[in-house]
Write a protein that binds this ligand. Structure first.
Ligand SMILES: Cc1cc2nc3c(=O)[nH]c(=O)nc-3n(C[C@H](O)[C@H](O)[C@H](O)COP(=O)(O)O)c2cc1C
Length: 164
């Protein structure tokens, strides 16, 4: 295994849960990025960060000090090849394995600046009657929150780690 630790950044807990699940499954130590100074510089890590307007939070800082071997981006959008392709380009990940994990949305746990950032999006998403069940579920998540954390979604990450 090329990675010897799991490092993450989480604002409302969903990314932290994925990081802890991954740690339990791999036996690797798991640290929040704020504590990554405890690891020797250049340590090989899997980095997990939450998505904020298409950017993977903390990734730049993590790459500045650690040897990021693979990245997991945690967002609220449904997973798709299109999302992964966009994230790879936007976050300069060419050549680095990227895994998209669907986390959740917890408006009640957001700090005021993030709440303000999400307000126009929430308004746009919930402004019209839903056209299908998926859209209804998304509107409900924007209004009251949602949780899609799924241990099974870590399968491709584990397969990559085992082969690395
Ligand atoms: C300000 C803001 C911007 C966000 N931007 C995106 C985004 O671009 N794509 C996405 O899929 N989710 C986006 N989200 C949703 C979060 O990525 C999602 O809630 C994630 O699970 C949060 O993880 P955490 O609980 O570890 O902080 C955004 C959330 C906030 C508050």
């Amino acid at each position: 295994m090329t990675a010897s630790a799991i490092v993450y950044t989480s604002a409302t807990g969903f990314t932290a849960r994925y990081a802890q699940l991954l740690a339990r499954k791999t036996g690797l130590p798991c640290l929040a990025l704020a504590r990554a100074g405890e690891l020797p510089a250049g340590t090989g890590v899997v980095y997990l960060g939450w998505l904020c307007a298409g950017g993977i939070k903390g990734l730049k800082k993590a790459r500045g000090r650690l040897d990021v071997k693979a990245v997991c981006a945690v967002g609220m959008a449904p997973p798709s090849a299109e999302v992964e392709k966009k994230l790879t380009g936007q976050n300069h990940l060419e050549g680095l394995p990227l895994f998209y994990l669907r986390g959740g949305y917890a408006p009640g746990r957001l700090s005021v600046p993030y709440k303000l950032m999400m307000a126009p999006m929430t308004k746009a998403v919930t402004a019209h009657p839903p056209k299908d069940e998926d859209e209804a579920a998304m509107q409900e998540a924007f209004r009251r929150g949602g949780d899609w954390v799924d241990e099974g979604a870590l399968g491709p990450v584990l397969a990559w780690l085992e082969g690395s």
